[in-house]
Design a protein around this ligand. Structure first.
Ligand code: NDP
Ligand code: GDR
Length: 372
């Protein structure tokens, strides 16, 4: 049998039990939507939080701004490190330095449509990046010490095989993003089984918030509705408005991530609301929140909606936003997470839409350019 031990392991490590008396988290993707909420949660629980950020010519830490300032007062509580999921040596170095007790792998090229244009890059970062991080843990000899969370996704289900989708539903990804995340899912399962690592897949359905990236459909809609209501934008152009998603609030979902790493044994869990809504309904509710009723006409790529009061076209379907292959319906079954983790989403769909639209209305009114 070949030797799979780790020749570069850190020396003089305490036993796993002793090591885990500290609470030290390392987050890849800390500058993203989920990274920012997770950082808040872990700091509130007394963790020392380390994050991996990418070097960028433009400012990319806007979502952490309120926490970053605190860093000067709490220098040992929150620290950012330059790094990238495509750089193995860098990952080994960061892990050796930080010696985390929990790693949350949230870093990814996370846009499904972009993954069709950048398929190889998405495979490298979202798929192999996960392997690099797991191997970095092993290289440091920390595979029995660290708990590892992988940001898996409902995009693994892709084409509808059954609903609601649960931990036992077969996967059928429909994009290079979904395929890359499929590799990541299985390499996590494999390292758990092969090396006894505490590694979990959180199979998370769509979760949104006022911090959602601006090119994802919910935030694109909430921003446009706010700007249209203020006369700052004429029309919102969208792709497939009949796609259905199970949308929850990101703050609820990061709580579920943390809970997964506090169990006696590692396992995989779906986090979802158990409800599904078409993109069209998100559009209608967003405009309703601002007192605008929509009247739809046409069909397919010729569909559009007017403001019922003014008769102006405010929403139009645009073929350029359609995907080469679509995930038509996502509806998750969170029963296992509710039973085992005691997790339940707190924010319902109407409240989510309202919070996002009101936040964008406020930002648009005050003309403040946030960095999301
Ligand atoms: P975001 O797109 O908001 O954030 C992605 C993060 O990954 C950013 O911090 C980004 O950095 C970072 N990143 C991108 N490429 C690299 C790289 N090469 N090396 C290191 N970091 C990188 O995603 P979310 O916060 O919404 O999602 C978090 C994770 O959860 C992702 O893995 C996503 O695929 C997954 N997921 C998300 C769901 C959702 O509905 N939000 C549902 C299920 C899974 P930068 O800021 O510099 O771009
Ligand atoms: P998704 O989210 O692909 O589910 O992936 P997105 O918000 O991009 O799309 C949701 C649905 O809306 C349709 N759609 C549009 N989407 C975008 N982005 N822009 C449009 O103009 C538009 N018009 C219609 C899409 O076709 C799709 O059906 C998100 C990401 O966060 C992933 O990282 C994560 O894994 C999954 O959610 C779960």
């Amino acid at each position: 049998m070949s030797d799979t031990s780790t020749p570069f392991a850190l020396q003089n490590l305490p036993s796993p039990a002793e090591y885990n008396k500290r609470k030290v988290a390392l987050i890849s993707g800390i500058t993203g939507q989920d990274g920012s909420y997770l950082t808040e949660l872990l700091l509130s629980k007394g963790y020392q939080v380390h994050g991996i950020i990418r070097r960028s010519s433009s400012f990319n830490t806007g979502r952490l701004h309120h926490l970053y300032e605190d860093q000067h007062e709490r220098p040992n509580k929150f620290k950012l490190h330059y790094g990238d999921l495509s750089d193995s040596t860098n990952l080994v170095y960061i892990i050796a330095q930080v010696q985390p007790t929990e790693i949350y792998n949230l870093g990814a090229q996370s846009h499904v449509k972009v993954s069709f244009e950048m398929a190889e890059y998405t495979g490298d970062v979202d798929g192999l990046g996960t392997l690099r991080l797991l191997d970095a843990v092993r290289t440091c000899g920390l595979e029995k010490h660290v708990r590892f969370y992988q940001a898996s996704t409902s995009e693994l289900y892709g084409k509808v095989v059954e609903t609601p989708q649960s931990e036992t539903t077969p996967f059928y990804p429909r994009s290079p993003y979904g395929c890359a995340k499929l590799y990541a899912y299985w390499i996590v399962v494999n390292y758990r089984e092969a090396y006894g690592m505490y590694a979990c897949n959180g199979i998370l359905f769509n979760h949104e918030s006022p911090r959602r990236g601006r090119t994802f459909v919910t935030r694109k809609i909430s921003r446009a509705a706010a700007d249209i209501s203020l006369g700052k934008q004429a029309c919102l152009y969208l792709g497939n408005i009949d796609a259905k998603r199970d949308w929850g609030h990101a703050r609820d979902y990061v709580e579920g991530m943390w809970r997964m790493l506090q169990q006696p044994t590692p396992d995989d869990f779906v986090l979802a609301t158990g409800e599904t809504h078409p993109v069209r309904e998100f559009v209608e509710r967003s405009f309703q929140t601002l007192g605008i009723e929509l009247k739809w006409s046409g069909s397919g790529v010729d569909e559009q909606a007017v403001d019922a009061k003014t008769g102006k076209v405010v929403v139009k379907v645009d073929a350029q936003y359609f995907r080469p292959a679509e995930v038509e319906l996502l509806l998750g079954d969170p029963a296992k997470a509710e039973r085992v983790l005691g997790w339940k989403r707190q924010v319902d769909f109407p409240s989510l839409v309202k919070e996002m639209v009101e936040a964008d209305l406020k930002a648009s009114k005050s003309m403040v350019e946030d960095q999301n």
